[in-house]
Design a protein around this ligand. Structure first.
Ligand SMILES: Nc1ncnc2c1ncn2[C@@H]1O[C@H](COP(=O)(O)OP(=O)(O)OP(=O)(O)O)[C@@H](O)[C@H]1O
Ligand SMILES: [Mg+2]
Length: 156
């Protein structure tokens, strides 16, 4: 699913001379049950934002990997970043930071709001860190719910 989304947005990235790269997991990931369409839309929104808010010639890396007992997706860009003052409000409905509005006047400010809802309602967590003028990382992590023998043993 992630590879397909990256593929889909490759033409848009290339039109801005951005280097959009997918780094697949180094080993097979355990399956997780998610709403495919909604989760796909979240991934698309993260990459779409990275393309819009990264100046010409920049880099975007999409990484999918296991992290402890979670599966993590990260979209890391070398873009304009989010000013510290805007960071707490970023996932609210219709919120757009000034630097983003300057770079791209149109935009609803709904993508991240919806992403957070879709991720959290499925038991996941949003990943976000950014430095103004240097870049941002947006993503999510979902726990792999595999009952370990130890946990089971305690319950039987
Ligand atoms: N990769 C990014 N780099 C810098 N700022 C970002 C990035 N992604 C999101 N933002 C900030 O978060 C705000 C909200 O993003 P969101 O995707 O919700 O809305 P939008 O891109 O402005 O509009 P749309 O709803 O049409 O996608 C953006 O306006 C911008 O300020
Ligand atoms: Mg957006």
């Amino acid at each position: 699913v992630v590879a397909a989304e990256v593929q889909q947005l490759q033409t848009h990235a290339q039109s801005k001379s951005l280097n959009l790269l997918f780094e697949p997991p180094s080993k097979k990931l355990p399956p997780i049950a998610l709403d495919e369409n909604k989760t796909r839309q979240v991934i698309m929104n993260f990459i779409d934002n990275a393309i819009y808010y990264t100046p010409l010639g920049g880099n975007i890396k999409v990484r999918l990997r296991p992290a402890g007992s979670n599966i993590q997706l990260e979209v890391k860009d070398s873009g304009i970043g989010v000013p510290v003052a805007d960071q707490p409000k970023l996932f609210s409905k219709f919120y757009r930071a000034d630097n983003a509005q300057k770079m791209r006047p149109d935009g609803t400010g709904l993508g991240l709001y919806l992403a957070k809802r879709v991720v959290e309602e499925q038991g996941g967590k949003i990943i976000f860190h950014s430095t103004e003028g240097r870049g941002s990382t947006f993503g999510f992590s979902f726990p792999v719910r595999v009952a370990s023998p130890k946990v089971l043993a305690g319950k039987l």
